[in-house]
Design a protein around this ligand. Sequence first.
Ligand code: NAD
Length: 391
Amino acid sequence: MKNEVQNKDRQSEKLPELLELFPLMEKLSDYLQKTGSLNGVKVGWHCHLTQLTLLTAEALVAGGAQLFLSECNPATSDIDAIKSIEKLGAKVFTGEDSPEKVLAFSPQLLTDTGFVLTEKFLAMPESRRPKSVLAGSEITTSGIEKVRRLTAEGKTLPLPVVNINAGLLKARIENFHGVGDGVVDLLRKITGRSLSGLNMVVLGYGPVGAGVAFHLRKEGGIVNVVDTDPVRRLIAQFDGFSVNDCLESLKSANIVVTATGKRKVIGKEHWQAVRDGAIFMNVGHWPDELDLENLNSLATHSVDFDFKTRRYSIPCDVKSEKKVYVIAEGNPANIVLLTGSIEPTLIHLTTESLCLSYLALNASKLANGEHLVPYEVEQLSSRLSLEALGA
Ligand SMILES: NC(=O)c1ccc[n+]([C@@H]2O[C@H](COP(=O)([O-])OP(=O)(O)OC[C@H]3O[C@@H](n4cnc5c(N)ncnc54)[C@H](O)[C@@H]3O)[C@@H](O)[C@H]2O)c1
């Protein structure tokens, strides 16, 4: 397949000019400095290395934490953000072996995205594991699935791990509103069009997919939900969405969003079924929800556009071709392109930071295994957020 590149020069992402209108990170910083809970605490942090991570790192460092960061997904890493985080005195590692490099610094607390850092820690022979590690936390659905798989296999977690994803704030604010709003923002930026009256298919009706469906409908989209779980399909039906067959709805889809956290949910038969001009994006954690290997093998030609969008040409019959657009090579598009309002992500990063503060004070009292994020942490995060909103 031939690939042309247009508009190669992509700008690095910028924070909003009037960030001061939502001073949540200042409030977090004040709180951490006042309590001193993270003073001198070494934190291993596996995360998206973005401008919003930088803001959080500033608050954590002001609160006395020593940070060691590893790269969660190279596609979401912002080089300017990395340089600024390093200027704070934090160590930032990129590349596949970055979690191992973080562990070599003997962190006391691990805070994870996708349970990658903690998994590397667990994979080390017991004699070589850093003894410093007291506890960890995990923020993603996909990471928590790994924790549960371990338990199902009869293995025990040799440390307490707080499940931030199961908290009310992560599910309702970040997963639901944050991602949904980000998808709408991204589609407007890319197409410049109104979304009213366009046919949309959302795959996966967990908190993330439900939020995407809600926000797309708010913009006038005609949304069809696809989910393999009948419980989620029933909920979608009662939320007022149609729940038709996937292949059938793809035939008329203008926009397709995957939010399942599963691999290759869109494959050959889907690429073949979809209508000409359809835009695909993934917002699930793993980059391979869309089977792009397969799309590459079907396509005769592809062209790169701005906003990390690639157009593929697929033969339909002997004479004609159809166009299919894929955003951010299947990586979580709202994170790669930093779209959507900043509040949900900053609120979630605040909860993650306050969870570290909680663990620094309480890790020794917690039993090993999974713990639900304490409600007091969510209440504190909400209080600071409401203050920042001026509410
Ligand atoms: N992009 C972001 O900013 C962001 C933010 C939070 C979470 N996430 C990620 O989004 C993903 C979804 O999160 P969630 O909390 O909604 O997860 P969830 O597990 O609650 O929901 C996923 C849904 O997908 C359904 N599903 C699984 N396979 C399917 C298939 N082949 N076709 C259709 N449906 C299928 C499941 O039945 C389930 O209802 C996870 O990978 C999570 O880590 C992304």
